[in-house]
Ligand binder design. Structure first.
Ligand SMILES: [Zn+2]
Length: 243
């Protein structure tokens, strides 16, 4: 299954859409993006890349060396995470997440989307991550990563904390001796912002009866402030019968 960002699937196949995108940008210069310590090479049509990503729009201006040479080096990024970005730029979608390692990469892609100023990418990632967590508990190291790499009010952080609390409440298996229980205890003992946020999420649970990963509630974790103002709840409800 493919998680489409808000709109129902196009009547055209992805191959047709890719072909159309290719010809509409066929006259565009090509940008080379080198990613990670081993400099994995990605090639993008410049017109498409700057249209869909404000970060590259800025750094590929003609007044910058990167813009004149059409080459950008992202030493700190991981190719496995950047692959998700490349897929979204060309296919405008997030593939279904089926494993914990895939989900961890999607969580890291959310932090990348934050850095690249791409709310639509973030919203699509939240939907895919929420789908995964309908059947799977939160992997606490993902929450640790997010706590270290996004702002305090980030939507992904709010989602993972809410989902973690619901995992604990709804499961008879999570206690202080299992892995999730031990990890949560570690965070609480360590103190800091994350421990405080978990404390208040637990405190608020009595006033909530909604599951974070349920489709109806996902818009709470979207960012529609900038480039993504589309209604997503009603349009996608029918398209995701499994929710
Ligand atoms: Zn929404």
């Amino acid at each position: 299954m493919v998680i489409w960002p808000f709109a129902p699937p196009s009547p055209f196949s992805w191959q047709q859409q890719l072909t159309a995108a290719f010809y509409s940008f066929a006259t565009s210069p090509i940008v080379t993006v080198l990613v990670g310590a081993k400099r994995k090479v990605y090639s993008f049509h410049k017109d498409l890349l700057v249209k869909r990503c404000p970060f590259f729009e800025k750094c590929l201006k003609d007044s910058y060396k990167e813009g004149r040479e059409n080459q950008v080096y992202l030493a700190e990024e991981s190719p496995a995470v950047f692959d998700r970005f490349a897929t979204f730029i060309y296919h405008n979608r997030i593939d279904e997440i089926v494993t914990f390692p895939d989900n961890s990469l999607a969580v890291r892609a959310f932090a990348l989307a934050d850095k690249f100023c791409m709310p639509r990418f973030q919203n699509a990632l939240i939907d895919a991550i929420a789908c995964f967590h309908k059947e799977h508990t939160v992997f606490v190291p993902d929450l640790d990563f997010i706590n270290d790499h996004v702002l305090l009010n980030s939507k992904i952080k709010a989602f993972l904390i809410d989902q973690l609390i619901y995992d604990i409440v709804r499961s008879n298996d999570i206690d202080q001796t299992d892995l999730t229980g031990k990890e949560v205890s570690r965070i609480i003992r360590g103190g800091g912002d994350l421990a405080t946020e978990i404390f208040w999420a637990v405190g608020n649970i009595a006033r909530r009866n909604d599951w974070p990963s349920h489709w109806r509630n996902r818009c709470n974790y979207h960012n529609h402030e900038t480039d993504d103002k589309r209604e997503c709840y009603r349009k996608r409800e029918g398209a995701e019968d499994s929710d």
